[in-house]
Design a protein around this ligand. Sequence first.
Ligand SMILES: Nc1ncnc2c1ncn2[C@@H]1O[C@H](COP(=O)(O)OP(=O)(O)OP(=O)(O)O)[C@@H](O)[C@H]1O
Length: 589
Amino acid sequence: MSEPGKWTQFRAQLRKVLALALPYFQSDQKWKARALLAAIIALNLVGVFMLVQINDWNRVFYDALQNKDQPVFWEQLGRFTYLAFAFIIIAVYRFYLTQLLQMHWRDWLTQHYMTRWLANKAFYQLELARFSKGDQAPPDNPDQRIAEDANLFTSYTVSLSMGLLNAVVTLVSFVGILWGLSGDFGFSFNGQNYNIPGFMVWMAVLYCLVGSVITHYIGRPQIALNFQQQRKEADFRHHLIRVREYSESIALDKGETVEHEQLGGRFSDVLSNYLALIRAQKRLIWFTNGFGQAAVVFPFIVAAPRFFSGAIQLGQLMQVSSAFGRVQDSLAWFVDNYSSLAEWRATTDRLTSFEASFQALQAQQTAKPTVGTTDELRVTDLNIGLPKGGALLAAKGLQVLAGDSLLLKGPSGSGKSTLFRALAGIWPWSQSRITLPADFAERGMFLPQKAYFPNGPLRHALAYPNTPDVYSDAELEQALRHALLPQLTDQLDTADTWGQKLSGGEQQRLAIARAFLKKPRWLFVDEATSALDEAAEATLYSRLGELVKSSNGALVSIAHRPAVAAFHNKEWALEPSPQAGQPFQVVAS
Ligand SMILES: Nc1ncnc2c1ncn2[C@@H]1O[C@H](COP(=O)(O)OP(=O)(O)OP(=O)(O)O)[C@@H](O)[C@H]1O
């Protein structure tokens, strides 16, 4: 820590920890948090007080043994019983309250990150940011940060800070005792006599200082290796989940071999990093164990001359050795906790970069659609870009009026779905001024080509994202029948993985049933009938058209099939733009 660079690094790390840790103690749960923390601190302090008592007991007990003093021996055994009881009670409650604080803190922190992640479409935009240009690496595996890092951070922060507090208080208490016991160390040099007071204390400080420096030197690679380990484990797990999610496509493609290779590659990354980590730990364990063993005999060696000269008794020697042990234990806190500190630091870095990514997203937010006061959707100066930079689509002005049914046409990849994303306000690379109809928040709906269905009872999948109790059974059944799914009306309470069980066309019909249930006025359909036969497509399109017409709303569709055009009275064509650097433009007709 002597170099200025190291000191700055240390302060930056401390700031990171405080920025992550303080909000909980200032949150709406602050009183519970502070009370638990205060209780744990108090128990730690009382615990150290008990150690001091036991150390004093050591002296009296061993002196009684040496002097063959039976009454004192039995009296001290009685004293030990009460000390031991108090010690046990403190140990139990220190454990329990520490775990409680960790649990409540983890709860708060996990909720905090879940809220941040799910707010303002961050969960979606962080995935998009992965492909964006710029130096800032997007945060990998948010699931791991929310589930694992929040847990590790709280447990390490509590255990390490309490360990440090214990070490400092123990050190302060026992340094005094050791100082009093150790006597002066006198020696002559160059004809002069010198006296070092508190000799044993200086020996302990020197011993541990040397130990700490060597530990840091040997253990340093563990910090980066821990960071990498957490990342590689998460990558491996994420790939396993992807195979599960796309199991059918992979099975049909006979992709098992390549998936096996990919998974094998990721797992061997996990293992090779782990091997490097345990080798680094092994190097450190060589040292810390040697250091610990030497510490057993070190105080005896240093105090031996005074014992054999008769300056101190056996009781004092034992007290010196136990006090030295306590001082050495406290000073060796850094040595003993190096691996945990390395892991804690990696976790802190991961959470800090996660937090920073939310802030970066907020700063990056371009003009979002605003809700207007009129009954129309208006776009001026449409300008949609791509995550990796560059423009995709532009238009001067576009309008969707109540009563419109509008078809969006254009070659594949021209930006039709991305235009929908911009209108929905989830595409961050849009500079356009978009004004939505006044009732858009309640009455606007987007139907994607592949909808999401939560696993569980069909009524949940159908009502999503609303809860099913919003609708009566009759409404749910009517919606299913209207969407040409009469065979599902008696399965409302059947729990299943609907996103896998239903055919592509059935899934599209289930998504359309949602529209019949929610009755939107502003309906955007992105190839949501592409998996249906033409007859079913025509029936459903005419029903969707009637649905929006009944509330004087508008239908905007993306569709490739020519037959769908018949259900629309206007068109937006996405055509190659004559302007350089602007691949496509929207031409309204
Ligand atoms: N998340 C993304 N990251 C990077 N590029 C993207 C992303 N989403 C879309 N794009 C790019 O934007 C362009 C337009 O895509 P979009 O899905 O809007 O096209 P589309 O007109 O709807 O195509 P299709 O008719 O094939 O569905 C494509 O070149 C695509 O690669």
